[in-house]
Ligand binder design. Structure first.
Ligand code: PMP
Length: 382
């Protein structure tokens, strides 16, 4: 059986994007490539409603996180980290290493830090930066980015950094109305491209902040080093991942064709359909309803189902759907599944069917077709 990549990233890569990665590589100064790269940057800037600059650099999402911090902080700054789980926490070590003072507000597993919590902290102390993870991949929780943005608008001196890795391209993300100063993301999640590129959007305010810092210790991820390249990709700083830039361009083309608003709405519908299907056979969504992410899910095994976590996921992979184990507070209690990017009805149907077969094979006797039937009732209206 073909294995669908249903982990929360990387996600399935459609043929037209694969084709871009398979193209013969050209020189980075190639006129056609320079034009392609410039167009991707311009599109990303417009689509995220960014009044500053966009950086597209080879590296994974973690590098994007580091790039956001490196270009907006200096040693001794105060950073407020809003963490809803494993990836929110990732900022802690990163910031501590840079000599930043970190305060962390955390939510229970499955819940989110709220705007009220942020407001309270900001009233207590002067922070230079606040970080929020848009979709926390360890819990399937979407933070209220826009509502926290309203709080941030009352503190224009603070830089609002959003980790968009598991959200960008699948969940509403508009820098202007949401008051975001830096969004970082990467290619292997809702963009539906292979891993390898990080994207960082920096507002005009964030670029001013960068300027005020003067020389920073970091080199490869310095905005100043990349800015001339982003303005004119025939210039050189580090060799661009040419084929991935083409693949990203195709991904952006697909997004524009679908329409961003529709794409975001589709992700919410897909998540709701998956929930309905799996709840019909006893699974539970780990994230609180109010914070349920559109791009990925943590599904908890039904009480008394007798399902063994490791066995279930091995059987499920054999049945054609690769999923991920849970982390932290949910470890061993469920599985994590991505449902983002350019996935279609075939993929959704196959994934739920594989879950049903795996339940039966693991001794949890669900009625085959029950979850699938619920999914189908949703899909028929798509
Ligand atoms: N932030 C979030 C929310 C993530 O989900 C991930 C990856 N799962 C990362 C950061 C790190 O990205 P990468 O693994 O590409 O370095």
């Amino acid at each position: 059986t073909n294995k669908l990549v249903m982990i929360p990233g990387p996600t399935p890569v459609v043929r037209s994007i694969q084709d871009q990665m398979a193209r013969e590589t050209v020189a980075f100064g190639d006129a056609a490539f320079v034009k392609d790269f410039s167009e991707v940057i311009a599109d990303l800037k417009a689509m995220w409603r960014c009044d500053g600059e966009v950086f597209v650099v080879a590296g994974s999402g973690t590098m994007g996180m580091e790039m956001a911090i490196a270009n907006t902080t200096k040693r001794g700054d105060n950073v407020l980290i809003c963490s809803n789980g494993y990836f929110g926490d990732r900022f802690i070590d990163m910031c501590t290493r840079k000599g930043l003072n970190t305060d962390v507000i955390s939510a229970e597993w499955g819940a989110s830090v709220t705007p009220e919590m942020v407001e309270k902290k900001l009233a207590e102390k002067q922070y230079q930066v606040v970080t929020v993870t848009h979709v926390e991949t360890s819990t399937g929780v979407e933070a209220p980015i826009a509502a926290i943005g309203e709080v941030m608008k009352k503190h224009p001196e603070i830089i609002y950094i959003v980790d968009g890795v598991a959200a960008s391209g699948g969940a509403d993300q508009y820098m202007d109305t949401m008051g975001i100063d830096v969004v970082l993301s990467c290619t292997q999640k809702a963009f539906g491209v292979a891993p390898g590129l990080t994207m960082v959007w920096a507002s005009a305010k964030a670029m001013e902040k960068r300027k005020s810092l003067g020389a920073i210790p970091e080199s490869y991820i310095d905005f100043d080093k990349w800015l001339p390249v982003m303005h004119d990709p025939s210039k050189y700083w580090g060799t661009p991942a040419i084929n991935l830039v083409w693949a990203l361009k195709e991904s952006v083309r697909i997004m524009k064709e679908e329409g961003l608003e529709e794409r975001y709405a589709r992700h919410r519908r897909q998540a709701a359909m998956f929930d309905a299907a799996l709840e019909a056979i006893g699974f539970r969504v780990a994230a609180e309803k109010a914070f349920r992410a559109p791009t990925l899910s943590v599904y908890l095994y039904p009480e008394g189902s007798g399902i063994d976590d490791a066995k279930f996921r091995t059987v499920l992979a054999g049945e054609g759907a690769q999923t991920a184990g849970c982390l932290g507070g949910f470890a061993g209690k469920g599985f994590r599944m991505g449902h983002m990017g350019n996935i279609d009805k075939h993929t959704l149907v196959s994934a739920i069917a594989a879950v049903e077969r795996s339940c039966v094979k693991c001794g949890y006797a669900v009625e085959l077709g029950k979850a699938l039937g619920v999914l189908q009732k949703g899909l028929v209206n798509e």
